[in-house]
Design a protein. Structure first.
Length: 314
């Protein structure tokens, strides 16, 4: 089986993934396949930091802005749709460049894991959602720690969507998340080069995050949050960028306090992303603050991809 060459650009939020991916696509005739669990949804442009037309710079981007936030979307859905996009890009003679910060999406795609819908149970999910509403996310996470401690260690207590999914899977199948993943593992159709952006000085990443939040507020994040939250969509209410502004909209805190909360939660999210990617054995780390200019960083990435592609026919 001839495996499809796949470049991966991963890393925490605000690390510069899109810019690097676009620069690589320019050199290697590539197209971006997004691996971001929130950018898939319609709307939510500012909060999810979807790349603008200027940032895309003429490079096709896939798996962005196609799904209603009112409709369910699973890891299995992502793997299926992203696999189709990657195959089509390869068949067109271009290099697929998987780009994003949702580690579960990337790992599931690269390791051939398909979380099937056979493990879904709407009644269990509904009961868990009601429990989360009345008892809070910490209570559900505590239950997950008892039933599937391996999954609980990987999922943040406030990531209620994934906590519910893990509990639903265990209570439906009687198997842990890891056991279900092993059972659904498929042959991997890709030969991948996994680049991961990081910062030796974490404060430099945090400074980028703070600046990005400020820019998002200038772009109209508060207006977007009001519009999106009017739909009473559970997915939107969980999105970083909206839930932190909700107390301000309710008159429970000042705008300055809400923005400070948003910066803090985004920094925490970036820290969780870094923890996830450090577990990826095949990741080739590029430390952004090792390079004086973006061009130097891009050149280093190009050298790695060039060596990776030797012997591959696009």
């Amino acid at each position: 089986m001839n495996k499809i060459p796949l470049a991966v650009v991963a890393g925490p939020t605000a690390s510069g993934k899109t810019r690097l991916a676009v620069s690589l696509c320019k050199v290697f005739h590539g197209e971006v396949v997004s691996a971001d669990s929130m950018q898939i949804y319609h709307g939510m442009q500012i909060a999810t930091a979807k790349p603008t037309a200027e940032e895309m710079n003429g490079i096709p981007h896939h798996m962005i802005d196609f799904q209603s936030p009112q409709e369910p979307f699973s890891v299995a859905d992502y793997v299926r749709l992203a696999s189709e996009e990657i195959k089509n890009i390869h068949n067109a003679g271009h290099l697929p460049v998987l780009t994003g910060g949702t580690g579960l999406y990337i790992r599931s795609l690269l390791q051939g894991i398909s979380y099937t819908q056979q493990n879904a149970d709407a009644s269990i999910r509904s009961q868990l959602e009601q429990q989360a509403e009345t008892e809070g996310p910490q209570a559900l996470h505590a239950e997950l720690m008892k039933e599937d401690p391996g999954a609980a260690e990987k999922i943040h207590p406030h990531d209620i969507k994934r906590v519910i999914r893990a509990l639903e899977m265990y209570r439906t199948t009687g198997k842990t998340q890891a056991e279900n993943a092993d059972a659904s593992r498929q042959e991997i159709p890709y030969r991948s080069c996994f680049l991961c952006l990081g910062f030796r000085d974490r404060e430099k990443l945090y400074q980028r995050i703070n600046e990005r939040v400020g820019h998002m507020m200038q772009q109209g994040l508060l207006r977007e949050a009001r519009e999106v939250l009017q739909t009473d969509c559970a997915t939107a209410r969980q999105a970083i960028g909206y839930k932190e502004l909700l107390p301000y909209m309710r008159g429970e805190c000042s705008l300055q306090e809400a923005v400070a909360s948003l910066k803090r939660e985004t920094r925490r999210y970036a820290k969780r992303q870094m923890t996830w990617f450090r577990r990826e054995k095949d990741a080739r780390w590029l430390w952004v603050d090792d390079y004086e200019t973006f061009e130097d960083l891009s050149q280093a990435a190009q050298t790695i991809i060039k060596n990776f592609l030797k012997g591959s026919s696009l």
